[in-house]
Design a protein around this ligand. Structure first.
Ligand code: MAN
Length: 346
């Protein structure tokens, strides 16, 4: 259903200059995508960790009290207080930590295929709610500003932060717009029925699950009118968790949203939701089968194998270019048309 670029992967961790000496980029993933000044911009998630040492687990944590604003937590592998999980997380003394620290960095391209990555981070985690980093940023242009919605991670939880910019040089931080546990927040590109709308993904504890929700707001800061749009489907490719991608696309049949879903084997695929144009709380259709699933070698093997995950795309007329993270390690792209995607829905 989608044609992978023959140039894939477009960017890999070796394209990244580490933020500070002693760190290495382990994962390059999940870019937001936008057009600016005639170029294509990607807002990459760069996930770094200290150079691996035999017998040790170590991770960077942002800490304003430390020199350079960062400290390294270093634990012996045989420490009885260490519990390792999947490659992304570990527990130490009963507390969860991420194995990498993420920041957001820009890459630019004239053709949407060949990208040059900036040498320095654009945005680093700031303040008490971003000490474990910032991740998976959606970028939406509306009313003259780019609106960035991203995952803010700290010991207090996983939440959604928002930043706006006009020129990619100065930024306004709006703080957290959804408290923990929440991520995968995408703003709609325009107002509907006089309100701003956002997809987001709270996580239910015990009752409920990792479902896609919709909220509306008078000002993008205060959200209410909550509706659950899509739950996981037992026995399907999206049985364990679902979450929205980039901003839904306006089409003549409705708002077309690309979302990710994973199953009990932590295999991440992509599918579609179609929402009513005038009332996006109404789900008109949903993909039975994925529109993209991990098949290429670079999608099957990596930091977390069997993952395709998107939070950035560009639409020009009927053409859609989707940028995505593959195996939580490299950045790829695939193309299709909006009309073709619509034709796959009932
Ligand atoms: C999950 C994964 C990780 C991410 C954390 C925190 O474990 O998506 O990549 O770092 O959540 O958001």
């Amino acid at each position: 259903m989608m044609q992978r670029f023959s140039e894939n992967p477009l960017l890999t961790p070796s394209d990244i200059v580490p933020t500070v000496p002693g760190l290495v980029c382990e994962c390059l993933l999940n870019p937001g995508a936008f057009a600016y000044g005639g170029r294509v911009g990607l807002l990459l998630r760069v996930a770094e960790r200290p150079t691996p040492e035999d017998g040790w687990v170590s991770t960077p944590v942002l800490d304003p009290a430390c020199a350079g604003g960062m400290r390294i937590l270093r634990v012996r592998k045989d420490d009885a207080d260490l519990v390792e999980g999947d490659p992304r997380v570990f527990h130490y003394k009963g507390r969860p930590y991420l194995t990498t620290l993420s920041h957001l960095r820009l890459a630019w391209s004239d053709d949407g295929v060949h990208f040059t990555v900036e040498d320095k981070p654009l945005l680093l985690g700031e303040g008490a709610y971003e000490t474990f980093g910032i991740e998976d940023c959606r970028v939406e242009f509306s009313e003259g500003l780019y609106w960035l919605t991203y995952t803010a991670v700290s010991a207090s939880g996983v939440a959604v932060g928002m930043i706006s910019t006009a020129d990619w040089k100065s930024f306004t931080r709006h703080g957290l717009i959804f408290p923990p546990h929440n991520k995968d927040c995408a703003l709609f590109p325009e107002k509907i029925a006089g309100a701003y709308w956002a997809l987001h993904r709270p996580s239910g504890m015990g009752i409920g699950g990792n479902y896609i929700w919709l909220a509306r707001s008078p000002d993008r800061l205060h959200w209410g009118g909550h509706t659950c749009l899509a739950a996981t489907r037992p026995g399907h490719w999206d049985s364990e968790r679902v979450g929205g991608g980039a901003a839904p696309i306006r089409t003549e049949r409705g708002w077309l949203a690309i979302y990710h879903g994973s199953d009990e084997n932590v295999r991440y695929c992509l599918g579609l939701l179609l929402l009513d144009l005038n009332d996006p709380r109404r789900v008109l259709a949903r993909s039975e089968r994925p529109i993209l699933e991990p098949e290429a070698d670079y999608e099957r093997r990596g930091f977390l194998g069997d993952v395709v995950f998107t939070n950035g795309h560009l639409v020009r007329g009927d053409d859609l270019t989707m940028y995505y993270g593959a195996s939580d390690t490299v950045i790829c792209a695939a193309r299709t048309s909006v009309s073709h995607l619509l034709s796959t829905l009932p």
